[in-house]
Design a protein around this ligand. Sequence first.
Ligand code: SF4
Length: 98
Amino acid sequence: MEFSERTIKVIIDDKKCVGCKTHACAAACKLYSRGILIIKDGKPVLGGDAAYAERVGTECLACEYECWFRGTRRLRSRRRFRDWMNIEKNTESSDFGF
Ligand code: SF4
């Protein structure tokens, strides 16, 4: 799954989240930000629609830090200016590690 906030895009390889025992991304989102990430059926999902995430998200990236520190490293973020600059076409998906 993926969603955008104002200047970032968050990408989660959620097929592999089912084996995550901490779900640290959602816990961090609730603790440090506005709780836009929740866990449903063992996977992180948005608590609202895409417009909600873009409007309410604070871009704190606590989800990314906690996934790397306590989860199974399935979450990445990137700055949306890469989209605006159309750099994505020249970027290998391996830049994100999955
Ligand atoms: S912490 Fe990482 S691996 Fe665990 S549910 Fe969240 S995104 Fe998936």
